[in-house]
Design a protein around this ligand. Structure first.
Ligand SMILES: *Cc1c(COP(=O)(O)O)cnc(C)c1O
Length: 372
């Protein structure tokens, strides 16, 4: 039995003809940057995410960067985020010249712990970037309350969580900005790099459009220094087709997560593997990853055993960001964020993509049982 961590070919096969036709149409038009296809996708995303404005950009990383740039966040400013996330979250903050300030995470959801945020706020703090990790939203009521009290911007990093819900609200609709990635391994992936920024505010939307095109208000007149953050028509055309299938794919992942939970409960593994927590019954977790915790120093052994037995798995993320060399200048040291550090030693993502068969999930759990 082979169980890859992710294989997108089965998802692509039924859409292939339609996507090929779309690509051909765009090639025939020779209109590749922004334009109708991007505008159409942006409109569809506003409806899908329940937010009035969406601006297509080059990647999830650039989505974070452009939101910070529009807010004129830079040298002398601090931005609060989690140390347990993909690098791009903190990387975007550092690229503006602002200082990333880390706050430890919740051990059940792996998301930033809102109870610890306020202690990290200083007079230099300008924004909070909560990351909806692995497909589950952060506790946004608490985060927004802190932001309101201290007059901070909230930039949701929803790169892994398009369509995830918190108390009936979709990811990216609850903060001042929502940042999405269409990297191929996200639940909604394009055929290269792509991203989007959502906002509830018409003025911010106007600025996003200007900043993604080198700060150009009208042709060759530059009021700001922006960048080339433009989404291209081929990616937008492909994404419009895939967006129609997205809820079905989310449901497939949720179904697989439920099967895993049953299989683990029925196994002899017991507490040796801790399954990802779901905040409450209003949470819609879209399971971009199904990341379990394997304690007792056994994670590496289980990971190797799974790979030897043809089960794909991966560690997101092996090193808490405050311990990365590139952030040594921030003065982080072991012990600063104990939950993030502990989880980085224990976490392991298992295959969860919607096309997996029940037998494959059974094989994953049986192989873990054997490994332990
Ligand atoms: C993927 C990801 C990004 C970056 O998105 P790209 O499109 O790869 O640039 C940012 N934040 C998180 C949490 C991500 O998972």
């Amino acid at each position: 039995m082979q169980v890859p961590l992710l294989d997108l070919r089965d998802q692509y096969a039924p859409l292939r003809d339609e996507i090929m036709k779309e690509i051909a149409e765009i090639c025939d038009s020779q209109h590749f940057i922004l334009g109708d296809k991007v505008a159409k996708l942006e409109k569809e995303l506003t409806e899908y995410c329940g937010v009035p404005h969406v601006c297509g950009v080059t990647s999830g990383s650039d989505a974070l960067l452009i939101a910070l740039m529009v807010e004129n966040i830079g040298a002398g400013d601090e931005v609060i985020t989690t140390p347990f996330t993909f690098f791009a979250t903190a990387g975007a903050i550092a690229r503006t010249g602002a200082k990333p300030v880390f706050v430890d995470i919740d051990e059940d959801t792996y998301n930033i712990n809102p109870e610890l945020i306020e202690a990290a706020v200083t007079e230099k703090t300008r924004a909070i970037i909560p990351v909806h990790l692995f497909g589950q939203c952060c506790d946004m009521d608490k985060i927004n309350a802190i932001a309101k009290k201290h007059n901070l911007i909230v930039i949701e990093d929803a790169a892994q969580s398009i369509g995830a819900e918190y108390k009936g609200h979709r990811a990216g609709s609850m903060g001042d900005y929502g940042c999405f990635s269409f990297f191929p391994s996200k639940n909604l992936g394009c055929f290269g790099d792509g991203g989007a920024v959502s906002t509830n505010n018409a003025e911010r939307f106007k600025l996003l459009n200007i900043f993604r095109n080198h700060g150009q208000g009208s042709t060759y007149i530059h009021k700001y220094v922006g960048g080339n953050f433009r989404l291209d028509a081929l990616q937008a055309g492909i994404l419009s087709i895939k967006l129609r299938e997205l809820n079905k794919w989310h449901d497939g992942r949720a179904r697989n997560a439920a099967i895993y939970r049953e299989l683990f409960a029925a196994s002899k593994i017991g507490g040796a593997v801790k399954l990802p927590g779901v905040a409450d019954s209003t949470t819609r977790h879209i399971y971009n990853q199904f990341s379990v915790r394997i304690g007792g120093g056994k994670r590496e052994a289980v990971r190797n055993f799974l790979r030897e037995n043809n089960v794909g798995c991966n560690v997101y993320y092996p090193l808490s960001l405050h311990l990365q060399d590139c952030f040594a200048y921030l003065g982080g040291k072991p012990g600063d964020f104990p939950v993030s550090e502990a989880i980085s030693q224990e976490i392991l993502a298992l295959p969860i993509f919607p096309e997996l068969k029940k037998e494959q999930l059974e094989y994953v759990v049986a192989t873990i049982e054997k490994a332990l």
